[in-house]
Ligand binder design. Structure first.
Ligand code: ADP
Length: 451
């Protein structure tokens, strides 16, 4: 059955992204917003808008009762959760479906399985994905941890089963520190997630973060749309992403992509998903799966020409994917810069009024953002205010265009991290694609020590 009106349970650029895909399909949109977002661009552009609560996300964007009421009042027949907020909340997905509203996302049971890292890892292993060596499941005691760590070899990483955003994670260099670091990880996990279950993994010294975009129709058909390299991170937060990865050959992409797509087909996975791996010395190691659209999805759209939000909506309607694996070709190169309202080098948040805004433009330049002159960036949410996505026929051409686009972009009022991106694009390692997940933090530390 066709969807006629989508409630967008999110804010910012992703709310706008979903609105755009919906309107291009002739579907109406309902924006829900906190009182702090009454003047947001997605609220202005949506066909209908409902205020769902005060600024605090707990009372608005995470308020399930208010969002469901908004859907009923506005007669929305589908909900798209975007990323973050309720997008990976299996309970919310079930409640949406129980109200006879279409959930534009994966089946609730798959969200649940992949949301717990211990069951996710087990499931991934059963589906044939290569795993980081580690404990087969949760680790119950220090003795058990010592035995497993001795087998896999130090350093090891203690990780929280309910972890996210890098919390509840501790690197253990040697056995003498295992007991105290494990108890620290447990108490951190307990206070952050209300669950102190932990497991062990071999700590990889210098890996890249490479993730595969997958898509399933929920009926056993699934495809992959290649990989994204998201190795440039600070505190486990991605800063710049690119597709394809500078280190993969097309044979490796096809091989690993097929492993991922086959796994999703076997699961009967529905909708968009991302399978994240660490990659070291030519080997892939599964770390987690995200059962939602990712922030960095546009780099995949740029090199494949597939509109991922449109596919999500089609699949939620029960229609097949509009492309088959053999119709997907990877062409050119794309890079995304996350533009945040923050000091470019201290990373202190910088919300407030945008006094002047000029977007970048021109051939192969895409800006996903709700910014406009006069807009006031609220202090309550994520600091990301725009995504600049640039395409080029070659990686070199893409970087030249990206530099040009960053020069054009003017945001006055709050500080932004545009100068950080400009500095990064002068570094030989970045230009050569020669960087691991450690690179950015080491570069920042070096810069700090020199100043
Ligand atoms: P979270 O959900 O908390 O973000 P992830 O499992 O996705 O946790 O890991 C976050 C980041 O931590 C990875 O992108 C990587 O930088 C680092 N990491 C995770 N597992 C390992 C490992 N086994 N060895 C080295 N680094 C790791």
């Amino acid at each position: 059955m066709g969807i006629t009106r989508i409630l967008i349970a999110n804010r910012g650029e992703i709310a706008l992204r979903i609105h755009r895909a919906a309107h291009e399909m002739g579907i109406e949109t309902v924006a829900v917003h906190s009182t702090a977002d009454a003047d947001a661009m997605h609220v202005r552009l949506a066909d209908h808008a409902v205020c769902i609560g005060p600024p605090s996300a707990t009372d608005s964007y995470l308020n399930i009762a208010n969002i469901i009421s908004a859907a009923e009042i506005s007669q929305a027949d589908a909900i798209h959760p975007g990323y973050g907020f309720l997008s990976e909340n299996a309970k919310f997905a079930e409640i949406v479906e129980a109200h006879d509203i279409k959930w534009i996302g994966p089946k609730p049971e798959h969200i649940r399985t992949m949301g717990d890292k211990v069951t996710a890892k087990k499931t991934a292993g059963d589906l044939g994905l290569p795993l980081v060596p580690g404990s087969p499941g949760a680790v119950e005691s220090v003795e058990e941890a010592k035995r497993i760590a001795a087998e896999i070899g130090y350093p090891v990483l203690v990780k929280a089963a309910s972890g996210g955003g890098g919390r509840g994670m501790k690197v253990v260099p040697e056995e003498s520190q295992l007991e105290s670091l494990m108890s620290q990880a447990k108490s951190e996990a307990k206070s952050a997630f209300g669950d102190d279950t932990v497991y062990l993994e071999k700590y990889l010294g210098n890996p890249r973060h490479i993730e595969f975009q997958v898509f399933g129709d929920g009926n056993g058909n699934a495809i992959h749309l290649g990989e994204r390299d998201c190795s440039l991170q600070r505190r486990h937060q991605k800063v710049l992403e690119e597709a394809p990865s500078p280190v993969l050959t097309s044979a490796e992409r096809d091989r690993m992509g097929k492993v991922c797509a086959d796994a999703m087909a076997q699961m009967g996975y529905r909708g968009a998903g991302t399978i994240e791996f660490l990659w070291e010395n030519g080997e892939f190691f599964f770390i987690e799966m995200n059962t939602r659209l990712q922030v960095e999805h546009p780099v995949t759209e740029a090199i494949t020409g597939v509109d991922l939000v449109r596919e999500q909506i089609r699949v939620a309607e029960g229609r097949p994917l509009s492309v088959a694996q053999d119709e997907i070709a990877f062409k050119g190169h794309a890079i995304e810069c996350r533009i945040n309202a923050e000091d470019p080098f201290t990373f202190a948040p910088s919300p407030g009024k945008v006094s002047y805004y000029h977007s970048a433009g021109g051939m192969h330049v895409r800006v996903d953002s709700g910014l406009y002159a006069g807009y006031s960036i609220p202090p309550y949410y994520d600091s990301m205010i725009a995504k600049l996505i640039v395409y080029g026929r070659t990686r070199e051409g893409c970087i030249m265009r990206l530099k040009r686009a960053l020069e054009e972009m003017v945001i006055e009022g709050p500080k932004t991290n545009i100068p950080l991106h400009q500095a990064l694009l002068k570094e030989a390692d970045i230009l050569n694609g020669d960087y691991s997940i450690k690179w950015l933090e080491e570069w920042l530390a070096q810069r700090e020590s020199e100043s």
